[in-house]
Design a protein around this ligand. Structure first.
Ligand SMILES: [Fe+2]
Length: 301
């Protein structure tokens, strides 16, 4: 046998994995090994640092619960989620479809349903705003019966998942577009928020002297039969951190500014945003565009 040295160990590992039957798995794992080894060589990773990383990742996993996904948060804070999101958008975004954004760690399946113009604020209180417009196809035709899911922080910058009783849903819901593709959502003005700073990811962000804030935003997940699911978010343009999102989710086309007296608003006396979402026809090869998940689907109780 040949003695391994620091230049030959990488190829030895890849050779041993070469019989992996699934070609995609083989490709991904070979790439992972190649880049992890290159990373260790580049930074001259020491045994102490290696163990520190194992400890950090162990604590990251231990911080995960059905109501908290610290690994998604880590991916978000390192920009990996955004990279995956951007690559998927580039590969699959069709025509003029609305730009996508991160699903994030606070999405929950089976949120309550609301009628046109009803408010998702069941328990929370604060200044109100209205979000309205149409869901249209690439030809600008309204898409009827599309499901518009929305979730956001309350006026204090907290998601229901971060409340005393995270099993109670608030500030989230599902709407259906009418025959013309119209939707209208009454909600509270969301507040920008700090990512959870009491876990290992927060400690990392603090060590890097980053502010840890996301600009105020409203998450949206829009789906209709035969169309590609749209995962996006609208960002409030007057937020002080609009240009320095800790998880890199903002795009210019998703920045909005609520105004009183907006034409067509179901309640023009309330600051309103009109935003039309364009969704694209589902392609034959389509896969999920969700960069994120309901935490309860990833971690057992
Ligand atoms: Fe969020």
């Amino acid at each position: 046998m040949a003695d391994l040295n620091q230049d030959t160990v990488t190829d030895a590992v890849i050779a041993q994995m070469a019989d992996t039957p699934d070609p995609r798995m083989r490709e991904v794992m070979a790439g992972l090994v190649r880049h992890m080894h290159a990373f260790a060589r580049e930074v001259k990773l020491t045994p102490t640092e290696w163990l520190g990383a194992i400890d950090f990742l162990t604590r990251t996993g231990q911080a995960c619960t059905p109501y908290r996904q610290e690994f998604i948060l880590l991916s978000d804070a390192l920009g990996l989620s955004r990279l995956v999101n951007l690559m998927d958008d580039t590969a699959n975004r069709v025509g003029e479809a609305t730009e996508t954004s991160l699903l994030g760690p606070f999405y929950r399946e089976s949120s309550p349903t609301f009628g046109y113009g009803e408010s998702i604020a069941v328990h929370a209180e604060g200044p109100e705003m209205v979000l309205f417009g149409r869901v249209v196809d690439e030809g600008g035709n309204g898409v009827p019966d599309a499901i518009v899911e929305v979730w956001q922080t309350d006026a204090d910058g907290a998601y229901d998942l971060q409340a005393n009783d995270p099993s109670v849903m608030d500030m989230r819901g599902q709407y259906r577009t009418d025959a013309g593709g119209n939707y209208a959502i009454r909600t509270l003005v969301p507040l920008g928020y700090s990512i959870p700073m009491d876990g290992p990811v927060g400690a990392m962000v603090r060590t890097q002297q980053r502010h840890g804030f996301r600009p105020a935003h409203i998450h949206m997940l829009i789906g209709a039969e035969g169309y590609r699911e749209l995962v996006t978010a609208l960002y409030l343009g007057d937020d002080p951190n609009i240009d320095s999102d800790t998880v890199f989710g903002v795009s210019e086309s998703l920045v909005v500014r609520p105004v009183v007296g907006a034409e067509g608003s179901p309640d023009p006396s309330v600051p309103s945003v009109r935003y039309d979402f364009t969704i694209a026809r589902r392609a034959a090869h389509d896969t999920s565009a969700r960069v994120g998940a309901d935490p309860s689907k990833l971690a057992a109780e």
